[in-house]
Design a protein around this ligand. Structure first.
Ligand code: ZN
Length: 371
């Protein structure tokens, strides 16, 4: 990837480039930001920049042999580590051989994708995935190998917070005493969950969300139609990964589903709600989070609009929904629904039972709507 493929964030790009130009490349860096933001694209563009044979003041060239191989994620001196299903030592090679081509495809297709997008692509939505003890042994082997091309050797560790504690401890030593020209790029969405002993050994590179305008421009450039791009950008909170998903995966379907759900709550349609919670629990963790994320964004916009703050621009469907919703529901109740949705999202992240969580949420929403 090249820096030019990431919209905005120019200050951050310049900071990375100028550290290189001053000979101040930290050997262990922690790229951190919210899921769906440019965390992985920034780390990949940086790695490409460092390895490029014809770099300019602003970016890698995109065409030299190193750039081309990194673009395909097949550069022999860039070692990718990422969460996958755990495997006994004897099965590890097989699991790795199956996961790597899928991971390459995933990153090339959707570099802004988050962990849920990866598990969907990997086909392991309801399994626990992690960076295992075997993976950390692999890292140690990578570190002990010589660089093939004689330049930098980079270990890119995606979602290091999913390292199990023994693998995290195993890599502490290599983080502390790296061989010359060996770089560690950790790409994290929740670095609070990393061991403090790891974060303290890395330099933090904080990746902020993009602006709504940047997200919209990105979607338009990828061929989304104008209304869809606008709507998805507005709901995305600056997360290009989420916006892309909303724009490409039939956001209007999600919108319709949400309306039906609220209607069932309004009408106290318990049979419908029980069925809905069952469908929800079968849909896989990624889809569950997307459903709630979508509802959270929509209600947040309704809250903003109802409280008379800067009313976000809306398309017709959303405007009419918000009008209907806020006509019947005063601000304080909208805020309660918003809080309930957020709570359920947190429960889900902590692996609560999705069927029960969703049904409880519906019952609570009934109480708020009809209270
Ligand atoms: Zn190049």
């Amino acid at each position: 990837m090249q820096f030019s493929e990431i919209p905005g964030l120019e200050g951050l790009k310049n900071q990375l480039i100028s550290a290189h130009n001053r000979g101040k490349v930290a050997h262990a860096q922690l790229f951190a930001g919210r899921p769906g933001t440019a965390v992985l694209p920034m780390a990949l563009s940086y790695a490409t920049f460092l390895m490029c044979e014809n770099k300019t003041d602003q970016d890698s060239c995109g065409t030299c042999p190193n750039c081309v191989r990194i673009k395909k994620l097949v550069h022999p001196d860039i070692h990718l580590h990422f969460p996958k299903i755990s495997a006994a030592e004897s099965k590890y090679e097989k699991v790795l051989a199956e996961a790597i081509p899928r991971f390459r495809e995933f990153v090339i297709e959707s570099p802004f994708g988050d962990l849920d997008a990866w598990t969907r692509k990997y086909g392991q939505e309801n399994k626990n995935i992690l960076i295992s003890r075997e993976d950390s042994r692999q890292m140690l082997r990578n570190v002990s190998m010589r660089s093939v091309e004689g330049g930098y050797k980079i270990l890119l560790i995606w979602v290091p917070e999913l390292m199990n504690p023994s693998s995290a401890n195993a890599i502490l030593k290599i983080l502390e005493e790296p061989p010359e020209k060996t770089l560690y790029l950790l790409v994290s969405y929740n670095y609070d969950n990393l061991l403090a002993t790891i974060t303290s050994r890395t330099q933090l590179v904080n990746i902020p969300p993009n602006t709504e305008e940047e997200v919209k421009a990105y979607l338009l450039q990828r061929g989304a139609d104008a209304a869809k791009a606008e709507q998805a950008a507005k709901l995305s909170e600056g997360k290009i990964g989420l916006a892309t998903h909303l724009a490409e995966a039939g956001e209007s379907q999600e919108y319709e589903d949400f309306q039906k759900w609220m209607l069932e709550c309004w009408n106290k349609n318990l049979t419908g709600l029980v069925r809905r919670s069952e469908d929800f629990s079968k849909s896989g963790k990624g889809a569950q989070k997307t459903t709630l994320n979508f509802a959270i964004s929509l209600i947040r916009n309704a809250v903003v609009s109802a409280s008379g703050q800067a009313a976000p621009t809306q398309n017709d469907a959303e405007a009419s929904f918000i009008k209907k919703f806020s006509d019947k529901l005063e601000l304080v109740r909208l805020e309660k629904v918003y809080a309930l949705l957020n709570e359920s999202f947190i429960h889900l992240e902590r692996n609560s039972n999705p069927r029960i969580t969703h049904l409880n949420l519906s019952l609570e929403i009934i109480r708020v709507l009809n209270g």
